[in-house]
Ligand binder design. Sequence first.
Ligand code: ATP
Ligand code: MG
Ligand code: MG
Length: 341
Amino acid sequence: GATIGILGGGQLGRMLSVAASRLGYRSHIYEPGAAPAGDVAYQVTNAPYEDEAALRAFAQSVDVVTYEFENVPTSALDLIESLRPIRPNRKTLAVSQDRLTEKDFLSSIGLKTAPYVAVESAEGMEAAIAAVGAPSILKTRRMGYDGKGQIRITEPGQRDWTGAPSVLEGFVDFSAEISVIVARGQDGQVSAFDPGLNVHREGILRTTTVPSGQPNGVLTDAVLIAARIVNALDYVGVMGVELFVTASGLIVNEVAPRVHNSGHWTQGGCAVDQFEQHIRAVAGLPLGDGSRYADVEMQNLIGDDVEQIPALLKQPRTQIHLYGKGEARPGRKMGHVNKVL
Ligand code: ATP
Ligand code: MG
Ligand code: MG
């Protein structure tokens, strides 16, 4: 059988490798940081992205390379791409590694984003706030996740700076946050999971619930937006599209060119979950049936939440996923549970 190369050894890479294994593939994870979470049957290379020999050996040991983390250095991607196909493609990575490029792309295909303006330095804040207004949110263009690298601007006089090139975006008055987990196969077929309702606290996703409770018109619109994005990118794989529901329609917050935390409910609600769907797409198999057969609430286990595990283990209709990480630090995603409602 073939071997799937996965850049990144966090929980998403781990769950992708489990899905690959179920389909009869081997997987090989490349992780530049500390050793990957947990211990499952995959091959691991633990080396920096600057280590060309390790990277070349990794690429040569696999048939296709995918990723669970989009911020892989360009030089490493160039080397890998000279040896093996990368799916989703490089164009998608270029677009999504930078919030400014991403918003420009979304606007260029006719989608609505929050009003935004690039800010290159602390000195640019006055003009940026004059353009976008307050309240607004300053976000680093690169590398932010779980609300890291973001500053809320509450007054026009506020001059806080992230320390890196950023985007200032207007605060969106949303009634709900939803996301679409969409998949596109190598044949161009597009399939979306039922959009979920997301609740964040302190910038971190806490729960995703399906059904979302949103009107059908909103859900259809959300899926059409997601399909437009993956088609425009000639995308192959699973993508997470985060949306704000507002009185004047849907606004795209951001996209993630990979499996997404808000898609974890699919493990408990669909015959084919987002991880299998992604592996199918990158391996060139037909997409599977992602229709939802249960109502599910996904709850992240963050930091101290691990103390709930003994009680959760005794609960009916509850599927527990633990990532095998060590210490439960505040804000650290340790696992999640899918409760079938
Ligand atoms: P992740 O990649 O982990 O989803 P992130 O660090 O990229 O997070 P965002 O998705 O940009 O962060 O923002 C995190 C949360 O902050 C959003 O889900 C939303 O709740 C809130 N938020 C972000 N941007 C805005 C905005 N322009 N208006 C209102 N709320 C916002
Ligand atoms: Mg993000
Ligand atoms: Mg987000």
